[in-house]
Write a protein that binds this ligand. Structure first.
Ligand SMILES: CSCC[C@H](NC=O)C(=O)N[C@@H](CO)C(=O)O
Length: 868
């Protein structure tokens, strides 16, 4: 049936009265052989949208079903009854009250106006999680013991239910704002990603909100549309056109790419870009090379693709040499069949040499911009003013490529290519690594981020700016490196990304994302005064990320450890940020009620104070199951340090710790010294001290939580991936009696063997306090430093049972790191289990792999916590 969707019934154990109301209202027989009563309702019970007034499902006004076949008169009567009831009871779920601002904390905060569609989604959310909620309500958290029950081992079915519950919470991946001809009518197109364990993939879907900015209300919101095959979807500057890059499997099952141009009503054309054979695959929004942008005049689309490789043939191909010498290219490809092409490392293996391409929208022809230097891979390209050229980042190939993922410090330049004059120039300084060039709306200013082109893999960035017409007169840092900052002071710019549109309409202010302590913050930077002001759109969420800017409108993704992501739309007043206006776009994400969380501040004890950088405080985020201290029982604790080490737990909604906590564990995410968001000194303080300073920071954070009585010190386990796995394996070696179990995912275990095998050799040198240069060789002294820093150093002390999870295609921390460790544990008689995932690389994030790893880790913890 066209336009009909099916909606879950409220579950009786979650909302009995609502369930009963729906059962009665839907008009199915309640007596006889096919009686439909509350006790028949389970999580597979649906009702179709035709059962609701309007035929499109529940609305705020009509949240409950009606019998499907009703006359118009009946419908009108129903509406009248409903109107009378809601006006007298005042129970509208809409709250369009004017947002209020709050300046108490010296930064700008505002309560968002709430756009509520109905509590339908709340019900769906509850229904999906009902089995677990029920288990929690009836028997406590799966793991928790009560005074009468000894340790109860959690069944995998319960964990599977918990996993399924959390897969219902989509995460926002991007959003874009477009103003209609009537500037007050704004549409926000949002893209979301959701785990689908049954299809074993992440589903992408889009949702569009239409807003009246003048009235600050949401006018309509589309239902979700799956968009799994869209690689790019970008509107032209006027909004008249859209360029969509789609991937589609051909008959042989190979992925093919098609570039489509759409106007407001139809597809204008499809271009088989691969068929043109100008370049390899077009690069997606990968956070490194990918960009896809309309020219200002809307005649061209600029994108980045992998360079076309010359066809290689064997020396023994039947065609004689003479036949293949018509072009030089063909001649040189003879015998190149097995030529090694270096790639850009972990998760960027499809890119070796990239090219910039321009598609003429009218003719559908593609030109590859030839003047980019041969030794450079271009990316992050934007049109220069007047569409006369392009500005891009070029990463240098020589002497060899190092992995780019999670590494901001790779040698690179901002280049300008004047297309008309066919002239290339370097804009940025020597000795730097650069990212994200962005022109101001008036095309007068160019900004970008830069760091040193060596050292730690992530660090504090500078925000650089030049006046475009006077770019040869020099660049100035708008935001400089911040070495250290007192509480509440700006700790410097730490970010993995900058929105494509980052300027406000005045061409003075920028809106950026940054880690600020254990939090993702949106900041407004005044490029004239160099001031930085935090903008907090919603007191209800801890972390926020700006996704797009249009004029002075912004769309921000918000979430907290126990609050699934949602969107807020804002209209900023740059001169008075406190009077900015906010509008929450939906109420679909609710607070997860099974746990609470808090930030804990830590000051290292006097013996741990850094000799050069002094007192550097750090933080952790503690998740606590609700009611965990009932009956005086304390929850078991999972110590969960992040990877990197130059990364951070930013207090956004995070799937893995949420599932752990939902299952009854306290979870401690430690932002040990060296994490992002605490100033540059903190980053530098860990170099030469990994395996010591970070290990002690984590152990001491766990001690503090236990001393405060928040978790059971006799039931501590540890878990982490990559550098987090390095910390997990160090912790069980250095504190053999402290941990009852460990789970290490692609852990770094032995730097001396990893130095020759990882895609980022520079990491190994830098983190042990050595200077890296491309021609540095390890010697006995350096190797001994690497050994001293490695978890394998203390393997003989390990008693804790270890679960290893290994991606066999990991280029960052090769599987041999885990397998080497596994062999040693086996030899030492320590219980160890190893899960290998044949097609996974470093993050182990494929839906099936993530689920398997997560559930296995909980079972492993429970097994070893209960087996004493
Ligand atoms: C030579 S691998 C070092 C560990 C790795 N560092 C950078 O990539 C790591 O911990 N990665 C983190 C991300 O920063 C991870 O969680 O995978």
């Amino acid at each position: 049936m066209q336009g009909v969707e099916f909606i879950y019934f409220p579950q009786p154990n979650v909302d009995y009265s609502k369930c009963e109301k729906w059962v009665t209202a839907c008009g199915r027989p309640t007596t006889g052989k096919h009686a439909f009563v509350v006790k028949n309702v389970n999580r597979n019970t649906y009702i179709c949208t035709k059962h609701f007034v309007g035929g499109k499902g529940p609305t705020a006004e009509y949240p409950d079903p009606i019998p499907a076949v009703v006359s118009n008169a009946e419908l009108e009567a129903f509406k009248r009854r409903k109107r009378r009831k809601s006006s007298s009871s005042g129970d509208s779920t809409f709250d369009s009250s004017v947002p209020t601002t709050d300046n108490r904390y010296g930064y700008i905060v505002a309560k968002a106006a709430l756009y509520s569609e109905a509590d339908l989604d709340k019900s769906i959310h509850n229904m999906v999680g009902h089995a677990l909620t029920k288990a929690v309500e009836e028997t406590g958290h799966p793991y928790l013991e009560d005074s009468n029950t000894p340790h109860r081992s959690v069944s995998y079915e319960t964990i599977v239910e918990a996993y399924r519950y959390f897969t219902q919470l989509p995460e926002v991946t991007s959003a874009s704002i477009r103003a209609e001809e009537n500037e007050n009518i704004i549409s926000v197109q949002s893209m979301w990603s959701q785990r689908d364990i049954d299809r074993k993939e992440k589903t992408s879907f889009g949702r569009t909100y239409v807003l009246d900015a003048a009235k600050n209300v949401v006018v309509s919101c589309s239902s979700p549309q799956e968009i799994n095959n869209q690689v790019w979807n970008v509107a032209s500057p006027s909004g008249k056109y859209r360029a969509i890059l789609r991937k589609q499997k051909d008959k042989k099952g190979d992925d093919k790419q098609y570039l489509e141009i759409w106007n407001a009503v139809q597809k204008v054309k499809t271009i088989n870009v691969e068929g043109l054979e100008k370049h390899g695959k077009i690069i997606s929004d990968d956070g490194h090379f990918g960009s896809f942008q309309w020219s200002r005049a809307e005649g061209h689309v600029l994108y980045v693709a992998e360079k076309k490789r010359p066809k290689a043939s064997s020396f023994f191909d039947s065609k004689p040499f003479s036949e293949s010498t018509e072009s030089k290219e063909k001649e040189t490809a003879r015998g190149d069949e097995f030529l090694y092409y270096q790639n850009w490392g972990e998760q960027i293996t499809e890119q070796s040499s990239t090219v910039l391409c321009v598609m003429d929208v009218e003719t559908g022809t593609v030109s590859v911009l030839e003047s980019v230097p041969e030794n450079v891979s271009p990316g992050q390209a934007v049109w220069a003013p007047d569409d006369a050229g392009v500005v891009f980042i070029g990463w240098i190939h020589e002497p060899y490529r190092l992995g780019l993922k999670h590494c901001v410090q790779r040698r690179s330049f901002v280049y300008h290519l004047d297309i008309q004059k066919n002239k290339i120039e370097k804009i940025s300084e020597d000795g730097r690594a650069v990212r994200f060039p962005r022109f101001s709306p008036d095309d007068r200013w160019l900004v970008y981020l830069d760091t040193l082109d060596s050292g730690p893999h992530n660090m504090c960035s500078r925000l650089m700016m030049c006046e475009w017409e006077r770019r040869h007169d020099g660049l100035k840092p708008i935001l400089d490196i911040v070495n250290s900052a007192k509480e509440e002071e700006f700790p410097g710019l730490f970010t993995w990304s900058v929105p494509v549109h980052t300027w406000l309409s005045d061409s003075i202010h920028l809106v950026l994302n940054t880690f600020w302590g254990s939090r993702s913050e949106v900041v407004v930077v005044n490029t004239q005064t160099k001031s930085v002001v935090r903008v907090r759109p919603d007191l209800a969420s801890w972390s926020s990320t700006v996704l797009d800017i249009h004029g002075n409108h912004v769309v921000i993704g918000c979430s907290s450890p126990n609050q699934a992501p949602y969107l807020i739309f804002g209209t900023l007043v740059p001169s008075d940020l406190g009077s900015s206006q906010w509008l929450r776009l939906d109420n679909k994400s609710e607070v997860i009620t099974s746990f609470e969380w808090q930030i804990i501040q830590h000051s290292p004890s006097s013996d741990r104070v850094h000799p050069k950088y002094g007192n550097l405080d750090y933080e952790s985020i503690l998740y606590l199951p609700k009611g965990s201290s009932v009956n005086g029982s304390k929850p078991p604790l999972i110590l969960f340090p992040h990877g990197g080490p130059h990364s951070v737990c930013d207090g956004s909604f995070a799937f893995q710790p949420a599932v752990y906590c939902h299952c009854g564990f306290a979870v401690l995410l430690v932002n040990f010294r060296g994490s992002l968001g605490f100033g540059q000194d903190s980053i530098l303080s860990i170099l030469g001290r990994i395996g010591d300073q970070d290990v002690k920071d984590c152990k001491s954070a766990a001690d503090e939580v236990i001393e405060k009585g928040l978790a059971d010190g006799t039931k501590v386990v540890v878990c982490g991936g990559s550098h987090g796995g390095f910390l997990a394996t160090h912790l069980i070696g250095q504190y053999p009696d402290y941990f009852k179990a460990a789970c290490a995912r692609n852990p770094v275990t032995n730097l001396t063997s990893m130095v020759g095998t990882t895609d980022i050799i520079s990491w190994v040198f830098t983190e042990v306090g050595e200077t890296f240069s491309y021609d540095t060789q390890v010697d006995a002294t350096i190797l001994s430093k690497m050994w001293d820093a490695s978890p394998v150093r203390c393997i003989k002390q390990v008693k804790t049972p270890v679960l290893l999870q290994v991606g066999l295609k990991d280029l960052r921390v090769p599987p041999s790191q885990s397998l080497e460790y596994w062999k040693m544990l086996k030899a030492n008689g320590v219980p160890v289990r190893c899960l290998t995932y044949p097609d996974s690389n470093h993050p182990l994030s494929e839906v099936e792999v993530e689920a398997d790893g997560l559930i296995n880790s909980i079972l492993w913890f429970c097994q070893h916590l209960t087996s004493q």
